[in-house]
Ligand binder design. Sequence first.
Ligand code: 4NP
Length: 140
Amino acid sequence: MAKLLFVCLGNICRSPMAEFVMKSVTNQHHIESRATSSWEHSNPIHAGTQAIFKKYQIPYDSHKSSQQISTSDFETFDYIIAMDDQNLRDLKKMAPSPFKDKIVSFANQPIPDPWYTGDFEQTYQLISQGCHDWQERLVN
Ligand code: 4NP
């Protein structure tokens, strides 16, 4: 069992989407999500991401709230998965040096931020594909 941590800027749009989509794809791993920033601290999952969960019947925790990544998270998780290139750069700067190698990109392309694009469907399609790819990667 691997411990996976999905990370985006606010932890209200993309990384919680990846968290609960991945939980719907596999029950073999420990999966959580965090923010690089504290901007949305304690705020709920964005209504646009919740609408995607409902549309695709993906179970999720409606009480989950935004949490910034902590030093202990870098130690605890096996894979710290950045949703875009800025998240990747920020995480590399934030991580204590022994843990920098745990930081990887979610996919070959950055996942567009629906906070700016407004397109939660496009983000969902990329996250769904990416989560299936991760599942393949972890079983092989
Ligand atoms: P996320 O989207 O990183 O996918 O959760 C954002 C959420 C909030 C903000 C930016 C991006 N914000 O500026 O507060």
